[in-house]
Design a protein around this ligand. Sequence first.
Ligand code: COA
Length: 173
Amino acid sequence: MITTKHLNLRPSTAADAQRAFEIQSDWDVTRMLRMASFPPDRAEVEGWFADHPREWVAGEAYRFAVEHEGRMIGLVDIDEIAGGEGELGYWFERTAWGQGFASEAARAMVRFAFTELELSALRSAHAADNAVSGRVLAGLGFRLLDKVERHSRSRGETVLQCRYRLTRDEFVE
Ligand SMILES: CC(C)(COP(=O)(O)OP(=O)(O)OC[C@H]1O[C@@H](n2cnc3c(N)ncnc32)[C@H](O)[C@@H]1OP(=O)(O)O)[C@@H](O)C(=O)NCCC(=O)NCCS
């Protein structure tokens, strides 16, 4: 469990699938998630969450349910771990937006990745029309690398993705 000023982050499990399904049933959330389907598929979401404890033990991915006042409001994770690097991701329900929660949770996750996992660099990416996510990454010190066309499963079309990187040396607590 990681505790920040306003949030608790705890490893996610199968029990979180229902809340995740509710959150991803909002198009304004899921259209920003390149790998997610819309509408969300309940069995797929359940299967994904049920696999999180195995991923953790295997060192493949570290995913945290983010709780505010006892309620799960989103997820933050590090996945695609290989060669001392990983990928930062996050999504929150709409009613939680605009209160600094993504920045707070993502900062805790970056710290976890560099100090606990001892990764040397993190990558992340957002759709070009997701400027708020760009603000989250910029606030953590991520540098824009490039912009690439990528297929978005949720949108069913190609979207322009802005890709970022942050090394452990660049991260300022
Ligand atoms: C993107 C997302 C995670 C941002 O979450 P959030 O909790 O609202 O973000 P924060 O409150 O930490 O705000 C981050 C920055 O954006 C700014 N911001 C927040 N909402 C804004 C808005 N509506 N318009 C302009 N700026 C905004 C904040 O001021 C802050 O900027 P600063 O650090 O320069 O002060 C959230 O909107 C979300 O879950 N969206 C759907 C899923 C998604 O996009 N995930 C990321 C995929 S790459």
